[in-house]
Design a protein around this ligand. Structure first.
Ligand code: SF4
Length: 215
């Protein structure tokens, strides 16, 4: 949401300002429903082209079905070049029950709701960063925006129409090659390898993750 008064841009953003603003976005993310959030160095955002390989081999249910999933997303080498140009990042997670994270029709509403909460947080903190003068800040969400917002409807962008959730739908961290598991482990977060055939009762919780790059 835009502030009441939009401040003019500073000619230079100091590291102290970036860090102080990132701390605000951490509090904002937690206030909007994140289980935890941290400020990290952008150099700690791990990019690995094997991540998007997991979308391709074997094919994920979302592969190619929306404009924000591979092969339509930017490739990991570009992601790495972009990450290299930022100084700081905010990473956050939302923990959900195991029964919600697994691909079970019974919990489809809760699952979509959790992904929507995460997308809303990314959108809100990216917007806050923009109005704070970090005009190149960019956020990444989790999962497929088709499952999160459009469900069974075809992706309108792939048919040349505007996105139904323009300015809200964005690629997931994993869709551009960011290794969420490695970043989560570095923060000391418990993370579980939950496959498509996993039983929700077999795992303590699942985690969805979002990221904001700030400079
Ligand atoms: S939100 Fe819907 S229309 Fe927009 S890119 Fe995702 S699937 Fe396509």
């Amino acid at each position: 949401m835009p502030p009441e008064k939009i401040e003019k841009l500073k000619s230079e953003m100091t590291l102290e300002t970036i860090e102080a603003d990132c701390a605000k976005y951490v509090a904002q993310a937690i206030g909007q429903g994140a289980t935890d959030a941290k400020v990290i160095n952008a150099s700690e955002v791990v990019v690995d082209e094997r991540v998007t390989l997991k979308c391709e081999i074997p094919k994920c249910f979302g592969y190619g079905t929306c404009a924000n999933c591979p092969p339509h997303t930017m490739k990991p080498d570009r992601t790495q070049r972009i990450v290299n140009q930022f100084r700081k990042a905010v990473v956050f997670k939302i923990d959900v029950p195991g029964a919600v994270i697994v691909r079970d029709k019974e919990t489809i509403k809760e699952r979509a709701g959790a992904y929507q909460t995460l997308a809303n947080i990314v959108d809100a903190i990216e917007s806050a960063a923009f109005y704070d003068g970090h005009y190149l800040a960019v956020g990444f969400a989790a999962g497929s925006c088709k499952s999160t917002f459009c469900y069974k409807a075809e992706c309108s962008v792939l048919s040349g129409e505007k996105c139904r959730r323009s300015l809200k739908a964005r690629p997931s961290m994993e869709a551009v090659g960011i290794d969420c598991y490695k970043i989560a482990l570095k923060q000391g977060w418990d993370i579980f390898p939950i496959g498509s055939d996993a039983d929700g009762a077999s795992v303590e919780h699942g985690s969805l993750m979002g990221l904001l790059l700030v400079d």
